[in-house]
Design a protein around this ligand. Structure first.
Ligand code: KG4
Ligand code: ZN
Length: 350
């Protein structure tokens, strides 16, 4: 079965073709980052308008990559939610319209299920069951995954998502949106040990997260460094580049340590020996290294997607949609986007 995947939940238009026999046939992405960067974050109306002009040319591009015609597509999968409602509507309307015009089925995919299954596109995919850490701009969740659509929430952030904290701390340091990659780059220049930031909620049992206190701690450190800079050089009111790098490093270390402690706890609590990480923050190299060390000590295994499939992309939607379509799921033209959509509400796939 060849599935066309359409992802338009936020600021990336992702289109892909996935074949259940041959694997990924084509994949193309347009990122709107340059359009939103001046605003320090995603402007929903601009995002929706831009998706409208990107989807069809990107479909032509992936058909070209795959060397197939549109009549060879067997089904369409589009992101149904969660995400920005206007942006979701663009992908859903185009996906449903194409499926109707071509006389083929369509299915609405949960964006986080897409992220969760993206590592399955790599070599030696992990078999169910496993523990998954979902870390994106909007979600930080530990989930027990017993199969597709069989998800048990083990813990989640009670406030900001990890990616959101990266983005907000980046803004404090004057770095561009999206903050995760910018912080990770700058952290490499940071001196180890100059600052030690707290590891929130690791000193008590449980698998929930909180990142807003860490954000405030970072803000206070920025203010303190500014004051120190003042005393030494009254004409220089801003942080030095070294201060920024040291803060970025301490912040990244705190997030990575916190996520690693909770992942270890989730493996121990469930008795599982398999961990999958997915979502934009799973592209972070320090996180991957820390988790590789942790799973080695636990005698467990770790899987993640290639970096471009950690952040939003069409391949994960084509793949997740394909699994649901193969199981017989279909969504009619009346299906509407779901901007807020808990993953536990999904139907299990047998
Ligand atoms: O999964 P994603 O592309 O979109 C959502 O579904 O939210 O995740 C985007 C988030 C942003 O907050 C971004 O700063 C973060 O992932 N991110 C990273 C890295 N790359 C992207 N955070 C830390 N390190 C990275 N290398
Ligand atoms: Zn995402």
């Amino acid at each position: 079965m060849i599935v066309l995947g359409i992802e338009t939940s936020c600021d990336e238009t992702g289109i892909a073709l996935y074949d259940s026999h041959r694997g990924l046939l084509g994949d193309a992405l347009f990122s709107q980052i340059d359009m939103h960067v001046d605003y320090g974050g995603v402007v929903p109306e601009l995002a929706s308008r831009d998706h409208i002009q990107r989807v069809l040319p990107l479909i032509d591009e992936v058909l070209g990559q795959a060397g197939i015609g549109k009549r060879e597509i067997d089904a369409v999968a589009y992101t149904r939610g969660p995400g920005l409602v206007g942006a979701l509507m663009v992908g859903a309307c185009i996906g449903k319209a194409l499926a109707w015009a071509w006389g083929i089925p369509s299915v609405g995919v949960h964006h986080m299920e897409g992220h969760l299954l993206a590592p399955m596109l790599e070599e030696a995919p992990m078999a169910f069951p496993f523990v998954a850490l979902l870390v994106s701009g909007g979600h930080t969740q530990l989930v027990q995954v017993d199969g597709i659509g069989r998800y048990r929430l083990l813990g989640e952030s009670v406030d900001d998502a990890a990616g959101e904290a990266f983005d907000k701390v980046a803004a404090m340091l004057g770095l561009d949106y999206p903050g995760g990659p910018a912080i990770a780059r700058l952290a490499q220049q940071g001196q180890p040990g100059r600052f030690r930031f707290p590891r929130p909620m690791t000193d008590r049992p449980g698998l929930d997260f909180s990142f807003s206190g860490l954000k405030t701690f970072t803000l206070n450190t920025v203010a303190k460094c500014n004051a120190e800079t003042d005393v030494q050089n009254p004409s220089h009111q801003t942080l030095s580049d070294q201060d920024k790098a040291d803060i970025a490093r301490a912040f990244e270390e705190a997030v990575v340590a916190t996520l690693t402690i909770k992942c270890r706890r989730a493996l121990q609590q469930t008795g599982m020996k398999q961990l999958v990480i997915a979502g934009g923050v799973s592209a972070n190299l320090s996180l991957r290294t820390a988790l590789e060390d942790m799973v080695a000590k636990e005698g467990a295994q770790l899987r993640y997607a290639r970096p471009e499939f950690c952040t939003d992309n069409g391949a994960m939607i084509a793949y997740a949609g394909c699994q649901r379509l193969l199981a017989g799921q279909r969504d009619g033209p009346e299906t509407t986007p779901v901007p807020r959509w808990p993953m536990e509400q999904l139907e299990p796939v047998a």
